[in-house]
Design a protein around this ligand. Structure first.
Ligand code: N01
Length: 547
C-alpha cells in the first residue's frame, strides 16, 4: 500500500471534504454515487488498485458469486441499461469488468484514491470533523466518515504449528496471485470447506495430480444452477428490472424469492417432497431462503430439509467412506444455519481417484498437528506430502475491516479494543462514541444473510438521508447513545435466539477466530423488517445524541 499515484485531486495531502468513504466495493461505490448526486464533496479511499472490493481480492481459482444476477447488481439504471452478463452466476473476472463499467459510466475514479490505506481516524467534537490518516502519512478532514470495508476485509489464517516451515506454494484464498498457481500434476491441499474451499476444490479436482480437502465440518452445499445468459434474454427482461429491484427489498434475503408462506407440516409428505424438488431444480439459494418459513426455527422441520439434502447429495458420491464424511446421514448441524455453498460438481470431484477428503473434525480427533517442509502432519500420524496448499479458512468476519483502520472514539478508546470480543452498533450503521461515522454491510445489519447489493442500497440510502437531515437541521453531529446500542444488541439476539442459528458455531455466530464471542453478528429478521426498523428512527433521531 501507499504508492501514491499523484499528489493532486483525491491523492492530495490535507484534503478537506464533506464525506470520506473507505472501501470501493458495492457499498463504497453506491455511496460515492449517492453522496455526489446529493451535492457533497466526497472522496473515496481504497486499499486496492480499483473498484470491486471483494471481487478484486478474491481471485482464487473458481471464485464466483453465489447470488444470481441481475439481482446481484446495483439498481442504478445508467449502470444496468448498458450492461449484460454471460451467465447468471458470474465469476470474479466478469465482476471485475462490471465494476470497471460502473466506474466508467458513473465517472467515479476522479474522486478515488487507490492504494490508499487508512491507518487512523478520530473525531474532533470542536470542529465537528473526522481527521483521517493514511499509511503514507497523508491526512484528510471530513464532516462524515463512511466505512464500507465489507465483511471479509481481514483474512484469517489459523495459528497452525510451524506453518512457516512449508517450502511449497501456499496462499490464503483471498490473497491469490494475479498470475494464478499452476497445479497441473501437483500434490495439492485445500484447508477449509466454506464457499472458498468448495470452489477451489471444484477447480483443482480435474487438473491436480492429487487433491486432499481438509474438512473440519461438511459444507451442506446445494446446486448452483448456473446457466448461460443471452443478450436477448436480458434485453427482454430489462423493462422489469425496476420492479425486481423494488421487490428484492421486500424479501428476507434481498433476493428475487422469499420463504414460502407455509410451514413444513402444513403439507403432506408427498407435497413436501414435491416442493423441495421444485426448489432444488430452481437452483441457487431458493432451497435455503425460499424454503418453508418455519424450517430455520423448528428442529423437526429442519430435519426434513436435511434428509432431502442428504439423499440427493449422497447419491452423487460412489465411495461410502467419502460419502459419509461429505454428506453424513446424521446432520452435523441444522441445515441452513451455516451458509450452504452453491456448487456445480463439488461432490463428483470425490469420485476421481486423485481426490480425497481428510477428516479433521473435532469428533475424529485428527486435527492438523503441524506443517512440515513438505506437507502437513495430522494427529493420526499421517504425513500428507504436498506441493501447493490453499488456505481457505475465511475471515475475521464482519468486524475485521472496521477494527483494522485505527478508529478512535471520542472517549479516547480504540474500536479494535472495544470490539475485541464482539461488536456493538446501533442499527448496524452507527457506533456509539464515533459521531458522524456510518458503516454498512458489516456487523448487525442483514449482511451475511442477504444479497450484498440490496443490503448496501438500503443502508446506503439511510446513511444518505441521515446526512441530509444532519445538514438540513444544521446539527454539528449525531452520536448513538450506549443505551440505544444495548437495545440494538438485544434486538439482534432476540431475532436470532428464536431461530436455530445459536445451535451452531458459524460465520453468522461470530466466526472461527479464537477469542470471539459466540453471538449473532447479523440482523436475522429479514431485509424488509430491517428497512422498516432503521427508517423509523430517523424522523426524531430516536437513540441518538444530537449536537
Ligand atoms: O470462509 P468460511 P470462506 N482448521 O469462514 C474452516 C462468503 N463467500 O472464505 O466450518 C481447519 O465460510 C472452517 O471450518 P468450520 C461466504 O459466504 C462467498 O469460504 O468452522 N479448518 C470452514 O470450513 C462466507 O460468508 C463466496 O468447522 C478451519 C472454512 O475454514 C464468507 O465469504 C465465495 C479452521 C472457513 O469457511 C467466507 O467464506 C467465497 C482451522 N483452524 C466466500 N478454521 C461466493 O459468493 C476455519 N476452518 C460464492
Amino acid at each position: 500500500y501507499g504508492r501514491r499515484r499523484s499528489t493532486t485531486g483525491p491523492y492530495a495531502d490535507n484534503l478537506d471534504v464533506d464525506v470520506l468513504i473507505v472501501g470501493a466495493g458495492f457499498g463504497g461505490t453506491f455511496l460515492l454515487y449517492e453522496m455526489r448526486k446529493a451535492g457533497y464533496k466526497t472522496v473515496l479511499y481504497e486499499a486496492g488498485t480499483s473498484f470491486g472490493g471483494t471481487w478484486r481480492w478474491n481471485r482464487y481459482p473458481g471464485a464466483r458469486v453465489d447470488s444470481e444476477v441481475p439481482v446481484y447488481e446495483l439498481s442504478i439504471p445508467e449502470v444496468w441499461k448498458e450492461w449484460t452478463w454471460s451467465t447468471n452466476y458470474p465469476n470474479y473476472q466478469e465482476l471485475q469488468q462490471y465494476f470497471d463499467h460502473v466506474d466508467k459510466v458513473l465517472d467515479l475514479s476522479r474522486d478515488c484514491a487507490f492504494e490508499t490505506c487508512v491507518t487512523g481516524a478520530e473525531f474532533d467534537e470542536q470542529s465537528g470533523k473526522w481527521n483521517v490518516r493514511t499509511v503514507d502519512g497523508r491526512t484528510a478532514k471530513a464532516q462524515f466518515l463512511i466505512v464500507a470495508a465489507g465483511f471479509a476485509a481481514k483474512r484469517y489464517i489459523p495459528d497452525f504449528n510451524t506453518l512457516e516451515k512449508f517450502k511449497g506454494t501456499m496462499f490464503h484464498s483471498s490473497f491469490w496471485p494475479t498470475d494464478g498457481v499452476d497445479v497441473r500434476g501437483k500434490r495439492c491441499a485445500v484447508i477449509g470447506t466454506g464457499a472458498s474451499g468448495v470452489q477451489i476444490a471444484q477447480e483443482w479436482g480435474p487438473i491436480a495430480g492429487e487433491l486432499k480437502v481438509f474438512q473440519r465440518t461438511p459444507n451442506l452445499a446445494i446446486p448452483m444452477g448456473k446457466r448461460d445468459l443471452s443478450v436477448e434474454e436480458q434485453s427482454r427482461l430489462k423493462p422489469f428490472y425496476p420492479e425486481l429491484y423494488a421487490y428484492r427489498e421486500t424479501t428476507f434475503g434481498g433476493l428475487c424469492f422469499d420463504f414460502s408462506k407455509k410451514n413444513t407440516f402444513d403439507d403432506s409428505p408427498s407435497q413436501r417432497q414435491e416442493f423441495y424438488q421444485q426448489l432444488w431444480d430452481h437452483g441457487g439459494f431458493a432451497f435455503w431462503l425460499g424454503n418453508y418459513k418455519d424450517y430455520l426455527y423448528d428442529a423437526k422441520a429442519n430435519r426434513e430439509v436435511y434428509n432431502f439434502w442428504a439423499k440427493k447429495q449422497r447419491s452423487r458420491i460412489h465411495d461410502p467412506r467419502k460419502r459419509d464424511l461429505l454428506c453424513p446421514l446424521e446432520p452435523p448441524h441444522p441445515f441452513g444455519v451455516k451458509r450452504p455453498c452453491l456448487e456445480q460438481n463439488f461432490y463428483e470431484q470425490f469420485n476421481r481417484p486423485n481426490v480425497d477428503v481428510v477428516d479433521i473434525s473435532e469428533a475424529s480427533g485428527n486435527a492438523i498437528v503441524e506443517f512440515t517442509e513438505t506437507g502437513i502432519k495430522t494427529a493420526d500420524g499421517s504425513h500428507h506430502e504436498l506441493d501447493v496448499i490453499a488456505i481457505a479458512t475465511g475471515f475475521d468476519i464482519t468486524t475485521g475491516g472496521m477494527t483494522s483502520m485505527g478508529l478512535k472514539s471520542v472517549k479516547g478508546t480504540y474500536l479494535q479494543d472495544e470490539w475485541k470480543k464482539a461488536a456493538h452498533t446501533y442499527l448496524g450503521t452507527t457506533v456509539s462514541g464515533y459521531p458522524n461515522m456510518f458503516h454498512l454491510y458489516g456487523p448487525h445489519g442483514p449482511t451475511l444473510l442477504s444479497n450484498g447489493p440490496t443490503s448496501v442500497e438500503i443502508q446506503g440510502r439511510w446513511i444518505r438521508d441521515a446526512i441530509n437531515k444532519i445538514n438540513s437541521q444544521k446539527l454539528k453531529f449525531i452520536d448513538p447513545t450506549e443505551e440505544a446500542s444495548m437495545m440494538w444488541k438485544n434486538r439482534i439476539n432476540e431475532l436470532s435466539d428464536i431461530s436455530l442459528f445459536p445451535t451452531t458455531k458459524s460465520t453468522y455466530m461470530g466466526g472461527s477466530l479464537p477469542g470471539k464471542a459466540f453471538e449473532q453478528v447479523n440482523y436475522a429478521g429479514g431485509m424488509s423488517k430491517y428497512k422498516e426498523e432503521i427508517n423509523a428512527v430517523l424522523p426524531d433521531w430516536k437513540g441518538f445524541r444530537t449536537v
